[in-house]
Design a protein around this ligand. Sequence first.
Ligand SMILES: NC(=O)C1=CN([C@@H]2O[C@H](COP(=O)(O)OP(=O)(O)OC[C@H]3O[C@@H](n4cnc5c(N)ncnc54)[C@H](O)[C@@H]3O)[C@@H](O)[C@H]2O)[C@@H](O)CC1
Ligand SMILES: [K+]
Length: 515
Amino acid sequence: MKIFNAKQIYEADKFTIKKQQISSDELMERVAIQIFNWLHLRLQGAPVKIHLFCGIGNNGGDGVAVARHLQEHGYHIHVHIVNYSDKRSDDFLLNLNRLKDRKIWPNFINSDSEFPEISNEDIVIDAIFGIGLNRNPDAWVVKLIQNINASNAFVLGVDIPSGLFTDRAVEIKEGVVRASYVLSFQTPKLVFFLPETGIYSNQWEILDIGIDPEYLMNTAVDYDLIGKHEVLPLYIPREKFSHKGTYGHALIVGGSYGKIGSVQLASKACLLTGSGLVTAYLPKCGYIPMQTALPEVMIITDEDEKNISTINFEISPNVIGIGIGLSTVKNTQKAFEEFLKKNTLPLVIDADGINILSENKSFLKLLPAQTILTPHPKELERLIGSWKDDFDKLKKAKAFSKKYDCVLVLKGAHTITLYNNKGYINTTGNPGMATAGSGDVLTGIITGLIAQGYSTETAAVFGVYLHGKAGDIAVENYGYQALIASTISDAIGDAFIDLFKAPNPVPEQEEPIEE
Ligand SMILES: NC(=O)C1=CN([C@@H]2O[C@H](COP(=O)(O)OP(=O)(O)OC[C@H]3O[C@@H](n4cnc5c(N)ncnc54)[C@H](O)[C@@H]3O)[C@@H](O)[C@H]2O)[C@@H](O)CC1
Ligand SMILES: [K+]
């Protein structure tokens, strides 16, 4: 799914209004009906108090229009107009007058007003600011937002939590509504997926407001959201007349005394992802544990007992995953440099492999084109330097990826893969996956996909998806706390099978209102 920026969303609205020959008010009405139906389906007429906080722009217009529908269906509503400016939008005014026609007199909140009391059993609809926020809210609006947040009521955000900018970082953190749930229109916003701003939307959902498909199809975006729909076309089916040679030979290089398990995890994940053959390159001390744990994996040992000191082999793999459990001792750093100087195979580099690159920036120019680097936030910082905020991080990471022609996989709650100025935001995975060795499994998966002929960019995007999906499947049986890397790995097969499962049917809505 494409993620549009604010400018593109406004263009999409305009394009739709023109092409479908509707008015902007009709588009707003679509929004309002969708939000109303969402609420009505869940509340079924419950006598709960609903506070609607509406700004004076079109986001406020959405809120005021929802208030009308709620009132028509007998809900107990309190409409508050957050009067932060006198530049009221036409559609806001139109909907305000419709409310007044129905004898609903909103409570106008100005800089010197007392704030309404909100109980934790009430529902708040947050329609103060939408994607039009272009400067920090005034101090009194920040206070009002703090008041809403302090209420602990269920907060339904309209389009985007008020106080969040659509395309840049937040400056006044306490001036952002913490939404329990956000109903966003047509396209999710990038801020939902970044750690600093994602915290304001506990959950979100996209409502289809009928934006013109031609615009959606033809508009190039900076970020794509990656779900099953996006990865299915990437899948390469297995051929009947194939043999293990058809599916490549992956070499996993890593390990040091006490960290042989990382190579076991990566090698096993690589096999389970479908690599025809997997060889592990380890220090000598890894030979017996590895051979015992994974009989399917072939082993080459280094001359050194505890660390990798040279990387020489006579096999012909078609991809190398390197860096896990490697350590950064001088000998290993030297071996890594020598290896990079002669290597021409595609590489997936993780953990200490990334740390060695960070300590020796001159090695970066030795990387083959489209090398995949999979840093967690600390490794990324060592690699590209610190950043001001999440947007700055993305900018710097994109510049780095361009400079060194590498695919950067920024690991996190929503892992973002960057290549060629484009970002792919993953939607699978869960907090249980923040566990030792989870990254080793990811390295194994991505390496295993490249072994089978997936391009590096595709392998990164698809691999991140599969890894998260395996974690989501495994967590069903284990829970967040007991989920460990081996369990994630064991669910890789189920993650593949899940690609071809039919989606669950959508439950029928009762009594939705029609446009
Ligand atoms: N046709 C459309 O444009 C549609 C818009 N929709 C809604 O409209 C929203 C966008 O509406 P608007 O563009 O009117 O913008 P908002 O309602 O988000 O903000 C209102 C206006 O306040 C001003 N403003 C920005 N920051 C401010 C600040 N800190 N203090 C005081 N004033 C400030 C700006 O001029 C801005 O346009 C969307 O998020 C969505 O909810 C939907 O109704 C769908 C259709
Ligand atoms: K809002």
